[in-house]
Write a protein that binds this ligand. Sequence first.
Ligand code: GLA
Length: 387
Amino acid sequence: MIHKPVSIAVRFLLFVVSMALFAGLVNAQDKGPAQTPPMGWNSWNHFACKVTEADVRSAADAIVSSGMKSAGYVFVNIDDCWQGKRDAQGVIRPNEKFPDMKRLSDYVHGKGLKLGIYSSPGPKTCAGYEGSLGHEEQDAETYAGWGIDYLKYDYCSFKGDVPAQIAAYKKMHDALEKTGRPIVFSLCQYGMDRVWAWGPSIGGNLWRTTGDINDSYDRMAYLGFGQNGLERFAGPGHWNDPDMLEIGNGKMTKDEYRTHMSLWCLLAAPLLAGNDLSKMTPETLATLTNPEVVALDQDTRGVQGHRVAQEGQLEVWVKLLADGSKAVGLFNRGESTMPVTALFRDIGVGDTASVRDLWEKRELGSFKSRFTAQVPSHGVVLIKVKP
Ligand code: GLA
């Protein structure tokens, strides 16, 4: 009989201690890297396993010359397929496509950009290259020595139950931290096991919430619109990641890519371009760099937007901004142009508000109780609403 109150007290104490630890870690992230969602480029969506040092250099060149850097894109991230064999001491070496990682890192840093890399907590990466299992501290030191600023850590061949998985991600986080170099830690395990609930506590700056994106409207929309409900897990230093951008890879229409960009910005998602930056059309560049749209993503309040209304294929999403105004996306997932209405009571503004069209960069005037726009098939009208 005497056990019961004691065990409740102990449990309560454990709860208080773990909440304090959690708060401490989240606080640590509040001061660490990725205070706004990371922006940059990643090699995977366009180059996949063919990526070379030359591709990465030309991505860095293009980020600067195109104006993407000025728009906020700073990370140049090498995904899978850079790894060679380990040497006799177990130190990871790049393969022949990346002859000198330090030289590449110096090149990227020389342009005022940051370099990212990729590994796995398992023995092999998803494409079958060397993973970090059993070499976590050694790899973290190697990355820091090269001047790496971002690590995507991809589940792939890892095997183990949930506690083992959490321990494996934490192990790499701690190894990165031990190097003393600020390195953004990107968890990739496709949103299994409610990663958003434990990702922040093991030091994740972002975590994939989904399987892989591809360059199709259906897949992009499925992933992006599927983020509703995860908003309470995101904030400065720790973000939900619905995967990298496909804008400019050629298989979606202009309206579909605008939907992709608008949705990712409303979601405060990482903006990692996934196209060949050295061969970008003006339309692709404009979609990636519209300053008023990017500003929603990078808003310092760090709120992830959510859906406030849905009628069939029509959806209205809202993101609260630091200045108290609301970013609102009116989406049409249907096959023909349709009017979409945002009711001010749904988006939480008073009776009268002014509306600006962010893609058209135009003031639309003052509206009473609602705003309606004709939205093209698979398209969006993205507005800022000021009370
Ligand atoms: C997984 C990830 C992708 C990419 C590949 C590389 O599929 O989800 O983003 O990193 O591995 O092999």
